[in-house]
Ligand binder design. Structure first.
Ligand code: ADP
Ligand code: ASP
Ligand code: MG
Length: 400
């Protein structure tokens, strides 16, 4: 059996932790498993690398950012390989390119296009523990390309899919909770969660798993284990809906702080204008979410959307371009908001939930800017200062 393990930044933050992981991996290997390990950059390395670039300029080139950020994981793979070898195990470290991970898309948020697993399989046959740098691949120009923050999860699940392997994600929490246990200490650990719910929770801000990783797990039928301790299996399994025992109305709540709201006002309301705005946004690689439009029947209208705070520079560019095209337009960017989202398969058939949410808001004087619902989630944008409190009150209301 091939097993892919993934260790996140805090799990590999020190050489001591790296040595502990090496010891554990050696044990897993000696139990007759073929072991592939995906690692992240040590501790806050990626944040620190990004900070260095921003000390130089507010708008660093994205190709060079990929080059810079990818170095973090390369330190860890080498150190883990050294640790394994020092314990007497045969190990080899591979960059994303060496592991055959091809990407496509925009720099700093690439997607995995394909993986040629043959090289890894060859090393496994030789009895080696194979260590792969997470978060990176190579694009068609041969440039190193990163997968977006938290992208090592995606590397791990994609490798597990290609290698037909088990997938275990080790992190600094002992499983997936109904709500971030750091924000809400009474959160409950979930033993099993469906791909769809986890994807939605992750997409809406639960940083514990990268949403594309879960999407890949669903697509290729890779069950994902998420846990902390090296050894005991008391974490969470992300699996298909069919394997779930009970369905709650609400399974989890996520709070996304990396969000801002944009109001574009006074635009002549023609479909072609709205299209022009979105076309520019796509060209600038801006991720737009929660779109709403007002005054569709009058001559001038407004619309609002949300997008990640990290895309502020691209948004400012968009604003400049739009102001040239539409003279009277106004673009208001509000970064002082967060998105609180409730997720649960049970939402599909339950209409009372919205009423319960708005009752909580009304009773606690929480105002909100925007609401969006999908089949299995309701997302609400509230003022930053009220975000955590809103999440806590909702968790209490739904007893999760
Ligand atoms: P890693 O570096 O291992 O990838 P992350 O920081 O990306 O770790 O993810 C783990 C963190 O996710 C935890 O420290 C926790 O604060 C946060 N988190 C957010 N939402 C949840 C949740 N619903 N359940 C568990 N952890 C969560
Ligand atoms: N090191 C990268 C990050 O901090 C990738 C990851 O940790 O998954 O975003
Ligand atoms: Mg992570």
């Amino acid at each position: 059996m091939i097993i892919v393990h993934k260790y996140g930044g805090s799990s590999v933050a020190t050489t001591e932790k790296i040595l502990d992981i090496a010891k554990y991996l050696g044990k897993v290997k000696s139990e007759n498993n073929d072991v592939v390990v995906v690692v992240s950059a040590m501790g806050k390395t990626t944040d620190n690398l990004i900070k260095l670039a921003y000390e130089i300029t507010e708008d660093p080139d994205k190709r060079e950012m990929d080059r810079l950020m990818s170095t973090g994981e390369q330190q860890t793979i080498a150190l883990l390989s050294i640790a394994l070898q020092s314990l007497g195990y045969d190990a080899i470290s591979l960059t994303g390119r060496q592991a055959g991970i091809m990407t496509e898309g925009h720099h700093t948020k690439n997607r995995i296009k394909s993986i040629d697993g043959e090289k890894i399989k060859g090393y496994l046959k030789e009895g080696k523990i194979v260590i792969v740098a997470g978060f990176q691949g190579v694009d068609k120009l041969g440039d190193v390309a990163t997968l977006g923050r938290g992208g090592s999860d995606t590397s791990a699940v994609a490798l597990a899919a290609v290698l037909n392997a088990k997938c275990e994600i080790y992190t600094d929490v002992d499983g997936i909770y109904s709500i971030d246990p750091r924000v809400y200490p009474d959160a409950k650990k979930i033993s099993h969660i469906s791909y769809d719910e986890m994807m939605e929770l992750a997409f809406l801000g639960a940083g514990v798993m990268e949403s594309r990783a879960v999407e890949l797990g669903k697509k290729y039928g890779v069950e994902i284990y998420v846990g902390k301790s090296l050894g005991e299996k008391n974490g969470t399994i992300i699996t298909s809906k069919e394997k779930m025992m009970e369905e709650k109305v609400i399974t989890g709540i996520s709070v996304n702080e990396n969000i801002l709201m944009v109001n574009i006002e006074n635009i002549p309301t023609y479909a072609k204008n709205v299209y022009a705005i979105f076309e520019q946004a796509v060209n600038l690689g801006i991720n737009i979410d929660m779109i709403s439009q007002n005054d569709v029947l009058s001559e001038h209208g407004s619309f609002a959307f949300a997008c990640p705070k990290t895309e502020k520079t691209s948004l400012e560019k968009l604003s400049e371009i739009l102001k040239e095209e539409f003279k009277d337009i106004s673009v208001i960017i509000n970064p002082y908001v967060v998105k609180v989202s409730l997720v649960g398969i049970g939402l599909i058939s339950n209409t009372v939930v919205a009423a319960r949410i708005f009752k909580v808001f009304a009773e606690n004087n929480i105002s909100f800017h925007q609401v969006a619902a999908s089949e299995i989630s309701i997302a609400i944008i509230v003022d930053e200062v009220m975000g955590k409190e809103a999440a806590r009150l909702l968790a209490k209301e739904f007893n999760i």
